[in-house]
Design a protein around this ligand. Structure first.
Ligand SMILES: Nc1ncnc2c1ncn2[C@@H]1O[C@H](COP(=O)(O)OP(=O)(O)OP(=O)(O)O)[C@@H](O)[C@H]1O
Length: 337
């Protein structure tokens, strides 16, 4: 097997987008009585072979979106409205058994801190082998051979020896490669990476993201890259969705987004990564001015340097722009009102 070769992708069965998220609302009850609305009407489709980045600050709802796509919103949280359809299956309505048959085979998720997720008493070979035996029906010997191929595909050093290693014997980068091998073992058609490389050092992060992208592309799969680092999306994605307070506030092709961001929050995010402190100052309201505004208006209004009276009164809809972009703002930066 060559370095990026994986088993053939699972046959797809439906036309149309691979994944469709429609008007998705998720809420978590709060001890004080008022619920936390983690997602408030998410609409997103992912085409076959497409890589979409989901960015936003901590608490924006990125992980909740990933979990809702998998049909695994942690209790007592729940989907209160809308639905997720993956290859024709309504994930938000599936019984546990039907969902388990899809997860890890057609749809898989890669999470950060992989050593914490790996079972300390199972070897690397057993971890990967279990997935292959469960979903692809391989016997023990065939699963071990396939696991070795996967370790080669994720470019792990000395793969034969690592097959019998336990999680505590792996570096963080190696453990992340093992988790990628597990996630890709059954050639999923959609991979969700939830901040998968956070916590690794920067050069290892770049290597792992490059590898992940190559493997996903080689497999003709689609991906959602959830990240707090907007630069990651520039290198790895076709489109970018900016999440703020449980809503998509901007959706655009990566080139368009970085050339002409439309939402003031997108520019604030970009400014946070920019060298220019002038740019940051221009687009960021000092914390003292971040008032609590009455509900009902734009969720970003309190922090927005461009807000006007209308923003306090009326929640903006996600509006389509020419070229396939969309923005949730009454006064987008490009002036497309
Ligand atoms: N299990 C839970 N119980 C209660 N509230 C939750 C739970 N999980 C998420 N939330 C709330 O939902 C909102 C969105 O959280 P989420 O973890 O999806 O954000 P995030 O964008 O992934 O943040 P981070 O980048 O820090 O992981 C937050 O207000 C969070 O407090």
């Amino acid at each position: 097997m060559s370095e990026t070769a994986l088993p053939s992708p699972n046959a797809t069965t439906t036309a149309g987008p691979l994944l469709s998220v429609e008007d998705l609302h998720v809420s978590f009850p709060h001890p004080t009585g008022s619920a936390v609305e983690a997602l408030r009407g998410i609409d997103l489709t992912i085409a076959r072979g497409e890589m979409v980045g989901v960015v936003g600050e901590s608490g924006a709802g990125k992980t909740t979106l990933a979990r809702a796509i998998l049909g695994m919103v942690p209790r007592p949280g729940r989907v209160t409205r809308g639905r997720v359809t993956f290859r024709g299956e309504v994930m938000t309505e599936l019984e546990d058994d039907a969902r388990r048959a899809i997860l890890g085979r057609d749809l898989s998720m890669i999470i950060p801190n992989p050593r914490g997720e790996l079972n300390p008493v199972l070897t690397v070979g057993e971890h990967i082998g279990n997935v292959l035996r469960h979903h692809r029906g391989l016997d023990k010997a065939a699963a071990r051979t396939a696991a070795l191929d996967l370790l080669r595909a994720v470019a792990i050093p000395d793969p034969q020896r690592r097959l019998d290693a336990y999680p505590h014997e792996l570096s963080g980068g190696m453990a992340q490669r093992v988790v990628i091998a597990i996630a890709l073992a059954c050639s999923p058609t959609l991979v969700i990476s939830d901040d998968a490389t956070s916590g690794l050092d920067v050069t290892v992060q770049a290597q792992i993201l490059d590898l992940l992208k190559a493997l996903i592309r080689a497999n003709d799969a689609s991906a959602i890259f959830i990240t707090r680092d907007i630069a990651v999306t520039a290198h790895f994605c076709d489109r970018i969705a900016v999440l703020y307070a449980g809503e998509i506030v901007e959706l655009a092709a990566v080139g368009t987004f970085f050339d002409r961001p439309q939402h003031p929050y997108s520019i604030m995010l970009l400014a946070a990564f920019a060298y220019s402190s002038e740019l940051r100052r221009h687009w960021t309201r000092p914390p003292a001015e971040e008032e609590t505004l009455p509900p009902g208006g734009c969720s970003f209004a309190a922090r927005c340097v461009r807000r006007q009276q209308r923003c306090l009164m009326e929640r903006p809809a996600l509006r389509q722009l020419p070229g396939g972009s969309a923005v949730r703002c009454h006064f987008p930066v490009g002036g497309a009102t």
